[in-house]
Design a protein around this ligand. Structure first.
Ligand code: GRG
Length: 324
């Protein structure tokens, strides 16, 4: 198995070091400006911890294709931009008009502290600030066409072809559309028979998978990856993206509020479209085991830097076996 050979490395030390790098850059990119209430609200959500898996993936993507010293500098602005987009999606997802959550990362949700209007605006501002950081802070030695490709793909991963589309499908299918006011008439014919693995996979792929897939791809793209390398990493990103959300579905059933930092059991209570709902807890565990094997096999033959293979293997295992 990958990660249990001579390449074995200390995953905790690796993630601690990378997370610190990301936290330092995020703080720097989010220095307090005017109006301070807006920047406070943005900082509150971005700098409130989190696993930083998207940033870790972006950095790992760069190192998977390029072993030059200093290569992380090329990907750090992008890694932070992704965390900003992710934070905005969490802020909006927690709003009363969406999932209506009071806790996130063990703290009160943004709207509970700053009010709904400021939470909405902090999310809006983070989305645009992410682009600002990506474009303005990516080192000038990266050619502008490559950077433009990355900006384009981030827009697609987050927008109406990616995360937003997945969120809309999620709302539409939640309680068979009964909570999605705008979509209710069009979706009122959905039934349990229509609700299956294909529906879930499509939701997960766009709502959660698109940004995770972009994370690994973008780091590699900025670091000069070949087409073959990008194809391998894209598949790795798809496997990890689906596994990450299935693990999330499982944790909603098996986790507790202290470890999760958010309220468990909400998927069941709101009749969310989840892998567990269709296949049960065992079905979700089986799918995760399959994805882990598929990911390991893919990495075995991937045209990537040898030293990066255990890192990518360990990140996939982390996405699957995490406790929060
Ligand atoms: C991008 C314009 C725009 C809108 C976003 C609200 C919304 C539209 C999308 C919601 C997407 C969403 C919240 C998906 C869930 C993904 C998920 C599993 C989040 C939890 O991620 P973790 O576990 O969280 O990585 P931490 O706290 O560790 O960062």
């Amino acid at each position: 198995m990958l990660g249990t050979t001579a390449f074995e490395f200390n995953f905790n030390a690796y993630t601690d070091q990378r997370r610190k790098l990301v936290e330092d850059h995020l703080r720097n990119y989010l220095d307090l400006q005017d109006p301070s209430i807006l920047w406070d609200s943005m900082r509150y959500s971005v700098l409130s911890g989190g696993k930083r898996i998207r940033a870790l993936l972006c950095l790992a993507g760069a190192e998977a294709v390029n072993s030059e010293e200093g290569i992380l500098d090329v990907a750090l602005p992008c890694a932070c931009a992704i965390e900003m987009v992710h934070a905005m999606s969490l802020i909006h997802d927690d709003l009363p008009c969406m999932d209506n959550d009071d806790f996130r990362r063990g703290k009160k949700t943004n709207h509970k502290v700053y009010g709904e209007a400021m939470a909405l605006l902090a999310g809006d501002a983070l989305l645009m600030h992410a682009n600002d950081i990506l474009i303005d802070r990516t080192p000038t030695r990266i050619d502008r066409h490559t950077l433009l490709c990355v900006v384009l793909e981030l827009s697609r991963a987050a927008g109406a072809k990616g995360m937003v589309a997945g969120q809309v499908d999620d709302l539409v299918w939640t309680g068979h559309a009964s909570n999605a006011a705008g979509a209710k008439p069009a979706m009122s014919t959905k039934s349990d028979i229509e609700f299956d693995g294909t529906v879930i996979e499509k939701i997960h792929k766009r709502k959660t998978g698109a940004l995770l897939k972009f994370s690994i791809w973008s780091g590699a793209k900025l670091a000069g990856a070949s087409e073959k390398q990008l194809i391998s990493l894209n598949r790795y990103g798809e496997i990890l993206g689906l596994a990450f959300q299935i693990a999330d579905d499982l944790l909603d059933v098996t986790g507790d509020i202290q470890t999760l930092g958010k309220t468990p059991g909400k998927d069941e209570a709101s009749q969310k479209a989840t892998w567990v709902r269709v296949f049960g807890i065992e079905g979700a565990r089986e799918k995760l085991a399959q994805l882990e094997v598929e990911g390991d096999e893919l990495l075995r033959n991937a045209p990537l830097q040898a030293a990066s293979l255990p890192v990518l293997g360990a990140l996939l295992k982390y996405a699957i076996h995490r406790l929060n």
